[in-house]
Write a protein that binds this ligand. Structure first.
Ligand SMILES: Cc1cc2nc3c(=O)[nH]c(=O)nc-3n(C[C@H](O)[C@H](O)[C@H](O)COP(=O)(O)OP(=O)(O)OC[C@H]3O[C@@H](n4cnc5c(N)ncnc54)[C@H](O)[C@@H]3O)c2cc1C
Length: 374
């Protein structure tokens, strides 16, 4: 997640998380916390919730069963600055209340997005909406690492990146989110693996690998320079038009989508999670992922139980179709027991294990047989 910083342009003591070249998210206000979710749920379920062992278990239950209204009791208000092409994606989330900087009242400052070198990539042929996974692409083409280190995640594979502690990762594992995430912790020297690969760290790694491809690096630097030039020439025209007395609401028409805009954005936690699930996903655009991660950095510590439930059960979870369920259901008793034991080792207890049985069409009483109720 991005680091918290103070923003010298604003005279307040707000906490800012920066992303891209000029973007930031600042937390303005929060109403409620995990306790507000529990309070609301206990009103609707009354005595039924007393059987829940803890507030955390209740929040996890609500998340898993799409009992969403208690999450609406918590609200977050952010101030954020992002390029207009990203603002267009964020504004599609109609459940937020927004107030935007007006380029009719005020002159637009000279602030435009130029991509980091490691964020520039060719059109992807498979994902027609997105760009090529440059990290994966370069890693595959990179000659084996001189150190001869092997990959921690794929037996026998040669590492293309090696962390200071000697942990290696191969090109294939770089496309695996869990392996990448674990590798980040070795790369940074942290004790604990980060929950996800921070988007902008990806660009940094690409830049590291580009050192092995000087011609390609030069080509990307040229793209970057041309984007900067286009920004500068559009802004020069904008200034000229203002000097000629043209109204601000007309002159702004020559400004590109790379222009930064700012707004206040207020949303309840249920819809914020919906936003984060979509925009932190690997299929979302790099630049909006960076924004979503900056927001998540504020959300996770303020509603830790709700965050954990959201992250594990929704963001990292998935739905199965009827056909998928039928094919994936473990067939014999031994395989079913193995599934239940595996989940038990991961902290699943009776109530949740029975939910899994229902999901996969297995007998619920298996759970009581394996772990008899006290
Ligand atoms: C990877 C990705 C690619 C995308 N590509 C495109 C694209 O190519 N073109 C494009 O136009 N959009 C695109 N979108 C935008 C997408 O279709 C949604 O508009 C956007 O994600 C907002 O989602 P939402 O409507 O669920 O969110 P919100 O507007 O926050 O709404 C949350 C929920 O409230 C309910 N809701 C809100 N308003 C209404 C309403 N008026 N009527 C009924 N229910 C409502 C719905 O259940 C909705 O899911 C893309 C989004 C993603 C994440």
């Amino acid at each position: 997640m991005s680091e918290i910083q103070k923003n010298p342009e604003y005279p307040t003591e707000l906490e800012y998380r920066r992303f891209l070249d000029h973007g930031f998210v600042a937390l303005i206000d929060v109403m409620g916390d995990d306790a507000s979710i529990v309070q609301a749920a206990r009103v609707s379920y009354g005595k039924g919730t007393k059987t829940m062992r803890s507030d955390k278990a209740l929040i996890s239950y609500l998340m898993r069963h799409a009992h969403t209204t208690p999450f609406e009791m918590v609200e977050f208000k952010f101030l954020m600055r992002m390029p207009v092409f990203i603002a267009r994606q964020v504004i599609r989330h109609r459940t937020a209340s927004v107030n935007e900087y007006s380029a009719r009242y005020s002159e637009v400052p000279d602030r435009f997005w130029v991509p980091a070198l490691g964020a520039i990539a060719e059109q992807d042929n498979v994902n027609r909406q997105g760009r090529l996974d440059k990290l994966r692409d370069l890693a595959r083409r990179l000659p084996a690492h001189a150190s001869g280190a092997t990959c921690k995640y794929h037996d026998g594979a040669v590492a293309v990146l090696v962390a200071r502690d000697g942990t290696g990762i191969c090109g294939h594992a770089l496309s695996d989110v869990d392996a990448r995430s674990d590798f980040v912790s070795h790369w940074r020297g942290d004790d604990e693996a980060k929950a996800w690969l921070p988007t902008e760290e990806y660009a940094y790694w690409v830049e590291e690998l580009l050192e092995h491809f000087p011609a390609e690096k030069e080509k990307l630097a040229n793209v970057q320079a041309r984007i900067r030039e286009a920004n500068e020439s559009a802004y020069a025209l904008y200034r000229q038009l203002l000097e000629d007395g043209v109204a601000r609401e007309l002159a702004r028409g020559v400004l590109p989508l790379t222009m930064y805009t700012e707004w206040y954005w207020k949303i309840d936690l249920h819809n914020l999670f919906h936003f984060l699930r979509l925009r932190m996903d690997a299929h979302a655009q790099y630049e909006v992922r960076a924004l979503a991660e900056a927001m998540a950095g504020f959300v996770a510590p303020r509603v830790p139980a709700a965050w954990e439930a959201f992250y594990n059960d929704r963001a990292q979870g998935t739905f199965l179709s009827k056909a998928e369920r039928e094919v994936l259901r473990p067939l014999d008793a031994a395989a079913q027991t193995e599934v239940l034991r595996g989940l038990h080792e991961r902290g699943y207890r009776s109530r949740r294990l029975k939910e899994v049985c229902r999901k996969l069409g297995m007998e619920e009483n298996m759970v009581d047989e394996l772990w008899p109720p006290k």
